[in-house]
Design a protein around this ligand. Sequence first.
Ligand SMILES: *[C@@H]1O[C@H](CO)[C@@H](O)[C@H](O)[C@H]1NC(C)=O
Ligand SMILES: *[C@@H]1O[C@H](CO)[C@@H](O)[C@H](O)[C@H]1NC(C)=O
Length: 208
Amino acid sequence: MNSIQLLAAAFVLGLVQLASGQVVSTGQCQNYPVHVNFDVERYLGLWYEIRRYEQVFQRGGECVTAEYSLNDDGSVRVFNSMMVPPSQVRSSDTGRAVVAFPDQSPLEAKLNVTFDAGVADVSANYWVLGTDYDNYAVVWGCFGVADTLRAESAWVLSRTPQLSAQAEAAVQQYVDEFLNESDLRPTIQDGEFCCSIDPAITTYPPCQ
Ligand SMILES: *[C@@H]1O[C@H](CO)[C@@H](O)[C@H](O)[C@H]1NC(C)=O
Ligand SMILES: *[C@@H]1O[C@H](CO)[C@@H](O)[C@H](O)[C@H]1NC(C)=O
């Protein structure tokens, strides 16, 4: 790359970091195998974030949840919510996801997610490496720049604020194979810590 390309790459990567991937390294995005025969309907609903690669847009966020539902046009509505302690006020972001290659058979769990980042829509890939729908999901995304840099995102999600030992063991296999343990930060999901000050928000118990 010449210096102009490098500058351009750094700029794009800056945007990408803002939008999605947080673990930046050299090399192309890996083509990891994903969950197949993906059942979007079963994937919908509420997920608690258990661990993640830290993200600019999630910096310091705890008590993170993601809620997936269907839009009228068949796309998936993505509703992410969190609080940044010591504030107990929750903030949220709404995005839209579509299956990346809908004509594929068997269907791969690859989604394209778009968030409105103010100036422009920011798109990222969202690949479900593994899920059993009822307990856990391991999600990974990667954005490559000019074949030489990549920014990766990862989330471990759970249907309950804590993973069962069995689900944890299943998750760990994906972590060992595809993710970097030391880049994964735990997300606080303690009910008392995450308690809800807003009666309209019932994902956590009300604060005493
Ligand atoms: C999703 O993104 C990929 C590129 O990462 C693109 O090839 C594919 O066409 C997109 N799918 C949809 C439905 O927009
Ligand atoms: C995992 O992350 C640590 C800390 O960011 C880093 O030093 C290490 O090189 C990474 N390992 C791999 C295999 O990428």
